[in-house]
Design a protein around this ligand. Structure first.
Ligand SMILES: Cc1cc2nc3c(=O)[nH]c(=O)nc-3n(C[C@H](O)[C@H](O)[C@H](O)COP(=O)(O)OP(=O)(O)OC[C@H]3O[C@@H](n4cnc5c(N)ncnc54)[C@H](O)[C@@H]3O)c2cc1C
Length: 403
């Protein structure tokens, strides 16, 4: 039994797993990862449901990045399935592409506009807002009230429990409008899904004799009994400090998973429902994974005020509250804070990987390119690592379970 570790890492999501992999493989450190969930992968965890269909437990995760470094790094642990994400919105009884493009407008209004005419169409409807402060301002400024009502207002109110006029401009600022027929949801250089799923990718990443895993365990249960030289904390930062300044507000989600006795439920992976129903969208997983199966599994997402933390609520007062925690975190010796919950940011997976690699490069005292090269894994060897704890409290991982 190992008496102590160089690092205890709280959280087996992207932030914790990437740092663990680099510390163990790159620097030869002994690492213990603790997660209170019964599985690795954090929110990106996927698994086969009762029907044998690969599903994402915490909602659809689509990998996309423009950062070659991040893509190359993850490619050490998985092969990929090329995938271009497409989303449709159910509006006025029709399914139309989102982000709004030329086909969206033509289909919705029964028109036959060209790209140039669509620009004129949007310009003629746009309501000038100066200054552009809120999400409502952004959309009205771009396309006017009617399209705002059809596509954005209801969706935003469901998603955030707030009217777009109450939300920072940044929430809708990154939603593009296209005057061409490009119906891809993302336009990043690299868009792909791990060939055997996210959990298998994490399992391969964590398959190292120096990495020890303790699932079903809150780090507070072990922090006084398992000594370490340094901790990497990827859980909620307000929780770490016992909510000293109050709770950081999050929007939560309730997921309703279903399996249907039909090969296909909807034409694309995700259909948004901006105006009808209490859920925001339905995802059909087989589009994402390419799995062939006579049945199909879907998930509905119901935004909630209470529950597990998913989306930091982008309001200035919340950013101010976070700054207080950030200052405390910066003054806490022996603990580094990384990942979406510890830095109160909505990050995509690639951004968390990039942030984690940066944290590791600081630990290693080298630049990021060098940090990536430290004893890198020579080739992909996907493994079947124990990704899910069978019993509550069971320790999994090489050295610990061998003791
Ligand atoms: C619905 C939804 C859809 C998304 N879709 C996409 C997408 O399509 N593409 C994309 O790029 N990104 C997507 N994301 C973002 C993606 O989920 C995150 O970027 C990523 O999961 C963040 O990884 P992380 O390691 O920071 O956090 P997490 O994955 O949340 O991992 C943190 C881990 O820490 C553990 N933990 C917390 N506190 C403790 C404690 N006290 N003790 C022990 N363990 C603890 C948690 O159990 C968790 O497993 C989506 C997010 C959501 C909510």
């Amino acid at each position: 039994m190992i008496a102590s570790f160089d690092y205890v890492i709280v959280g087996a999501g992207y932030a914790g797993s990437v740092i663990a992999e680099r510390l163990a493989r790159g620097l030869g450190k002994q690492v213990l990862i603790v997660d209170r969930r019964p599985h690795i992968g954090g929110n990106a965890y996927d698994h086969y449901d009762d029907a044998g269909i690969l599903v994402h437990k915490y909602g659809p995760h689509i990998f996309h990045t423009s950062c070659k470094e991040v893509f190359d790094y993850l490619s050490r642990f998985t092969e990929w399935r090329q995938y271009q994400h497409k989303v449709l919105a159910s509006v006025d009884g029709q399914l139309v592409p989102i982000p709004i493009n030329l086909d969206t407008i033509n289909k919705l209004y029964g028109l036959n506009l060209t790209s140039f005419q669509m620009e004129e169409f949007l310009a003629s409807r746009a309501e000038t807002r100066d200054p552009v402060r809120t999400s409502e301002d952004v959309v009205l400024n771009k396309m006017g009230r009617e399209l705002y009502e059809k596509f954005f207002r209801g969706y935003t109110r469901k998603q955030w429990g707030l009217d777009p006029s109450e939300l920072d401009a940044q929430v809708t600022a990154r939603v593009p409008t296209r005057t061409n027929r490009d119906d891809r949801y993302f336009t990043d250089m690299y868009q792909a899904m791990p060939k055997y799923g996210f959990t298998r990718m994490f399992a391969t990443m964590l398959d190292h004799p120096n990495i020890h895993l303790l699932l079903n365990t809150d780090y507070r249960e072990i922090k006084d009994v398992i000594p370490c030289k340094e901790m990497i904390y990827t859980g909620p930062v307000d929780e770490y400090f016992d909510y000293r300044f109050g709770k950081l507000p999050y929007r939560c989600l309730d997921f309703k998973h279903e399996t249907h006795n039909m090969p296909q439920f909807q034409p694309v992976a995700v259909v948004n429902y901006p105006n009808d129903y209490a859920f925001t969208r339905i995802t059909e997983f087989k589009h994402l994974t390419g799995q062939e199966h006579p049945k199909t599994s879907i998930v509905y997402e119901f935004p909630q005020a209470e529950g597990d933390p998913y989306y930091p609520i982008p309001k200035p007062e919340n950013a101010e509250l976070y700054k207080q925690y950030q200052a405390l975190a910066a003054d806490t010796e022996g603990v580094r804070f990384a990942g979406r919950l510890a830095t109160y940011r909505y990050y995509n997976m690639d951004q968390v990987v990039a942030q984690a690699l940066t944290v590791f490069s600081h630990i290693a005292g080298v630049n990021r390119a060098e940090a990536l090269e430290l004893k890198k894994m020579p080739k992909i060897t996907t493994v079947t690592f124990p990704a899910v704890a069978k019993k509550p409290g069971r320790m999994v991982g090489a050295a610990l379970s061998a003791s």
